[in-house]
Design a protein around this ligand. Structure first.
Ligand SMILES: NC(=O)c1ccc[n+]([C@@H]2O[C@H](COP(=O)([O-])OP(=O)(O)OC[C@H]3O[C@@H](n4cnc5c(N)ncnc54)[C@H](O)[C@@H]3O)[C@@H](O)[C@H]2O)c1
Length: 254
């Protein structure tokens, strides 16, 4: 099956956190592959949605905080009003680049709660909102986002690493619950991608140190994530569920 065959034109995908970074590369690639793309972001998604539409795609921008249940329900309703179906949900939005690393005993309860509210509960809320439509349609694809900080155990942001560990277990248990409906649930784990100048500037030596540990000795880019995302969103992966796909240039293996 070619990449073109695996994406069905007219299928509808929601990408949370689609206005920036990895999510922006996802929405651009999905639009190019023929999906109708919903850019759901807490930041203004309109510039991204308009750029996709100007390039000829069917695109919808919605401002959504994924940790707000009413907002995630409104997201699903609006998408169903506009398109009548939801085929793929990409839970990409994350509490990540605004994190300032600190010791385990310096973290606040508020920081812990934010990591869980966005990275774990946010994924669950979006899932809860779209699954009824996927069940009616007889299938769907849910793609969650973890991180290579989980197998490497990076110090300095314990709340983040713990929340991303939770995403892996969440994916496996949810895959078991939704399999009978033909809905697959998988995780993608990116390695460090130094695309955000503020975050990268706070740890200037990290990208080179990580690149040196890879089989493929270079910085990872957001474009490096796209092939795996298209595979999991498309029908070539219909028998893949409960998995955690590592995209890391061969830094760690499992
Ligand atoms: N960049 C990396 O090195 C890296 C590595 C591993 C995993 N990840 C994960 O990949 C995902 C994307 O990473 P990124 O680097 O593109 O992040 P980013 O911080 O650059 O962008 C995240 C996007 O999500 C949006 N967002 C944040 N909180 C939100 C919320 N509550 N509701 C809706 N939208 C929200 C932001 O507005 C932003 O557009 C995240 O889940 C992150 O944890 C990133």
């Amino acid at each position: 099956m070619t990449a073109e065959q695996s994406a069905r034109t007219g299928e509808v995908v929601i990408v949370t956190g689609g206005a920036k970074g990895i999510g922006l590369s996802y929405v651009e690639a999905l639009a190019e592959a023929g999906y109708a793309v919903v850019v759901a972001d807490r930041s203004d998604p309109e510039p991204t949605a308009q750029a996709l539409a100007s390039a000829g795609a069917s695109a919808l921008g919605m401002r959504v905080d994924v940790s707000d249940q009413e907002a995630t329900e409104a997201l699903a309703e609006r998408v169903l009003d506009r398109y009548g179906r939801i085929d793929v949900l990409v839970n990409n939005a994350g509490y990540f680049s605004s994190i300032v690393k600190k010791g385990f005993d310096e973290l606040t309860i508020e920081e812990w709660e934010l990591a869980y509210r966005v990275n774990v509960i946010g994924s669950w809320l979006c899932t809860k909102a779209v699954v009824p439509a996927m069940k009616r349609q007889g299938g769907g694809k849910i793609i969650n986002t973890s991180s290579m900080t989980v197998p490497s155990g990076v110090p300095g942001f314990l709340h983040y690493v713990t929340s991303k560990s939770a995403v892996v277990g969440y994916t496996r248990a949810l895959a078991r619950e939704l399999g009978e409906w033909g809905i697959t649930v998988n995780t993608i784990s990116p390695d460090y991608i130094p695309h955000d100048p503020d975050y990268a500037g706070r740890q200037p030596e990290m990208a080179a140190a990580i690149a040196g540990q890879r089989c493929l000795k270079r910085d990872q880019t957001t474009a490096d994530m796209v092939g795996t995302l298209l595979h999991l969103a498309g029908h070539g992966s219909d028998f893949v569920t409960g998995q955690d796909l590592w995209v890391n240039g061969g830094r760690l293996f499992h």
